[in-house]
Every structure is written in structure tokens, then in C-alpha cells.
Design a protein around this ligand. Structure first.
Ligand SMILES: N[C@@H](CCC(=O)N[C@@H](CS)C(=O)NCC(=O)O)C(=O)O
Length: 246
């Protein structure tokens, strides 16, 4: 489900198509697609989701684009979550801004670089087999081959064999978020910004596939995750999600 825009002063465009990645159970489960879902909702833009499996992406765009998210807005086709955020800001300047200015934009890009290196990378190593097992059966051989190549030939099973012992490292790496969230309800302060969206998107991805919750009960991040998943009418809520704490 994409965000359903309420009646606002400027009528929402219903014709933005959002190409996304779906698992066997139909759940939308890419951390990058979730950035775009939140970004569209932030701007009050409704969209039509177009579900694709891993092996359908390249063919859907005649090999021109190989990853999702991709949006189509009238004649425009835009791939890559950052390019999409830039496009939405440029194309819909009258709608709520994703970035208050170039300084915030630069800082969120820095946050993304840190988050990708320190958090996403660790999540990938812990959940790569869960993603494989949750993917559509037709996508699993491709997923295995491409991800094992990324893991320098290590099998998915061997990559996750010690994952329980790697959970504390992931939890510790999240300390900067905990410290920052003592100062306000969102990473963006009083209201969410794109830093929240990219971090929430990663947890939404984990919650779609996880067979081992990433956080411990009582983790202060859980309150922020609840708030984040509730945004925009519960955009990130789905009864099929797995618990994020044990
Ligand atoms: N830098 C890209 C990354 C997008 C990305 O890696 N998407 C993954 C899904 S999480 C994908 O489409 N993978 C296709 C594949 O593995 O073939 C963005 O921000 O949009």
C-alpha cells in the first residue's frame, strides 16, 4: 500500500507509479524503496505501487535500471532513492520540503554514509539468509548467486552462522541514534526528516524478513520505531511484520 493522500489545498497526483521489491508473501521489503515511500508520504503525494521480484527488475526497464525504487511520474522515470528525493523536491516545490536547505541535505547525506557503513552493512550480514528465504522462490537462485558473490564466495548459510554473536555489535553501533533521540522524538528533531526515513526504512526491511529480532526488549529505539511506523496513517504498519525486539 502506498500513502493515500488526504484532500489538501493542491490536489494530489495519483499517477506516480512506484516500482518496488516484493517478497513471496507480497510484502514490500527494500530499505531503499521505504525511503521513497516515506518521502512521497512526507510530500503528500499518493502513488500506485508496482510490485516486482528481484529477477523482474532489469526486464521491467529494458536493462536500463537494475535496482528499485524507480518512480514514473507522467513522462519522467527516475531511479535511485536519492535521485528520486531530488526529483520530488524539484518537481513539487510547493509541497512540504524533504530538506529545509542545502546544509540539512548535506548532513543527511553524511548520515546516510555513516548509516550504510555501520548499520546497513551489519544488518545485511545478519539477515541475508532470511531475505533469501523470504524472497519469491523464483528469485532465490539469483539472490543467492549475487549475494554470495558480494560476500566473496561465502555461502549465505556460512555468512550467518555466527550471527547471534554479532547482534551486540549491531546494537552498540546504534548508540549514536539512542543518544540523539534523547533530545527529541525524531532524528530530525520535533518532526521526522529524511534521516528518520532512511533509518526507519532499514528497520522496516529487517522486520519484513527477520527470524531473529535485532533489538533487546526495553531498547529506547523501540519508541522511535513505533512513532515512525505510525507516521502517515501507519504507512509502515503490516500485520505480517516480525517483532523488532526479543
Ligand atoms: N542506491 C540505490 C540502491 C537500491 C538497491 O540496491 N535496491 C535493491 C533492493 S534493496 C535492488 O533493487 N536490488 C536488485 C538486485 O539485487 O538485483 C538506491 O538508493 O535506490
Amino acid at each position: 500500500m502506498c500513502y493515500r493522500a488526504r484532500a489538501v489545498a493542491v490536489p494530489s497526483r495519483e499517477n506516480i507509479r512506484l516500482y518496488e521489491l516484493v517478497l513471496e508473501n507480497g510484502i514490500s521489503a527494500s530499505p531503499y524503496v521505504w525511503r521513497t515511500r516515506f518521502a512521497l508520504a512526507h510530500k503528500g503525494l499518493a502513488c500506485q505501487p508496482v510490485p516486482l521480484g528481484f529477477t523482474e527488475i532489469a526486464a521491467a526497464f529494458s536493462g536500463e535500471l537494475r535496482t528499485v525504487p524507480v518512480i514514473e511520474d507522467g513522462e519522467e522515470r527516475v531511479g535511485d532513492s536519492w535521485h528520486i528525493a531530488d526529483y520530488l523536491e524539484r518537481r513539487y516545490p510547493a509541497r512540504p520540503a524533504l530538506f529545509s536547505g542545502s546544509a540539512e541535505y548535506a548532513m543527511v547525506r553524511l548520515f546516510d554514509a555513516w548509516f550504510s557503513a555501520e548499520i546497513l552493512r551489519r544488518m545485511f550480514r545478519i539477515y541475508v539468509l532470511d531475505i533469501h528465504n523470504a524472497a519469491r522462490p523464483a528469485d532465490r537462485p539469483y539472490f543467492r548467486k549475487s549475494r554470495e558473490a558480494r560476500l566473496n564466495g561465502t555461502s549465505l548459510e556460512a555468512s550467518v552462522a555466527d550471527r547471534v554473536s554479532r547482534l551486540p555489535e549491531l546494537r552498540d553501533a546504534l548508540n549514536p541514534l539512542r543518544a540523539h533521540l534523547e533530545r527529541g522524538p525524531f532524528l530530525g528533531g520535533a518532526s521526522p526528516n529524511y534521516a528518520d526515513y532512511l533509518a526507519l526504512g532499514a528497520f522496516r526491511w529487517v522486520a519484513s524478513v527477520s527470524t531473529i529480532p535485532p533489538l533487546a526488549q526495553g531498547d529506547p529505539l523501540l519508541a522511535w520505531l513505533e512513532r515512525g511506523f505510525d507516521l502517515y496513517g501507519g504507512l509502515a504498519r503490516d500485520a505480517r511484520l516480525k517483532p523488532l525486539a526479543q
